[in-house]
Ligand binder design. Structure first.
Ligand SMILES: C[S@@+](CC[C@H](N)C(=O)[O-])C[C@H]1O[C@@H](n2cnc3c(N)ncnc32)[C@H](O)[C@@H]1O
Length: 221
């Protein structure tokens, strides 16, 4: 028993990975490849990928919307948990990053169920709304540019079905979000205000996990 989440040092993190992460071999290969990338820290932690796949299975997800793909780790973790006729709509702006993603999605045999759009995600989300895909997604993951998080969240609230879940990553921003300073980037101020409003949002049921850099789960009511 403990009344507070305990911090994870390297040994405990290794232990967590050893006992709690069962990665598909291609997912592991992708994680190992991404570890050598200059922006490797943008990828979610393996226990987060494990959790996302588990959550997708738990809620019987068929359609997953991802905002922020990078080299494709989170998209692959969820795609592997979807049924054969499942669909991933993945949004990013970088051809360089997502070229890696496409290679590994293909290798894992799930490329056909992932539709990647390369343009600012707000355009893709608007296009989905224009196409009438309200309440159509079971699970959404917001893991991109922080200043746009409130707009992504509002769009996801329309696109995710009641009972579906919106997950947001990096909600702690390494702790800077507690008391933003004037010289912090705009995203820190945005996330500070955004986080503060969630608990009272009557449209969702909230849970915040101290996993990775903080992960918010918002179940749409
Ligand atoms: C933190 S990374 C995503 C990590 C990924 N979820 C994973 O598990 O590896 C953020 C991604 O957001 C993308 N991004 C930044 N601004 C964006 C925008 N306006 N629209 C869509 N994607 C954007 C970046 O290109 C980058 O690949």
């Amino acid at each position: 028993m403990t009344r507070q989440s305990i911090p994870l040092d390297h040994s405990l993190t290794d232990y967590l990975h050893a006992i709690g992460v069962t990665e598909h071999p291609v997912l592991r290969e992708l994680r190992e490849f991404t570890a050598g990338h200059r922006l490797a820290k943008m990828q979610i932690a393996p226990e987060q990928g494990q959790f996302m796949g588990w959550l997708a299975r738990l809620i019987g997800a068929r359609r997953y919307l991802e905002i922020g793909v990078f080299t494709g780790y989170s998209a692959l973790a969820v795609a592997l948990a979807l049924p054969e006729d499942g669909e991933v709509v993945a949004c990013d702006v970088s051809d360089e990053f997502t070229r890696v993603a496409r290679e590994y999605w293909h290798k894992a045999g799930v490329a056909e169920r992932i539709h990647l759009t390369l343009q600012p995600a707000l355009y893709t989300l608007q296009a989905l709304l224009d196409a009438g895909r309200h309440n159509d997604f079971d699970l959404a993951f917001i893991d991109a540019d922080k200043p746009s998080t409130p707009a992504y969240f509002e769009a996801c609230l329309q696109l995710v079905r009641p009972g579906g879940v919106i997950v947001l990553d990096n909600i702690f921003l390494g702790g800077r979000v507690i008391a933003p300073q004037d010289n912090d980037p705009p995203g820190v101020h945005t996330m500070h205000a955004f986080n503060a409003g969630l608990a009272a949002d009557p449209r969702i049921r909230l849970s915040v996990l101290p996993m990775g850099d903080g992960m918010t789960l918002a179940m749409k009511l």
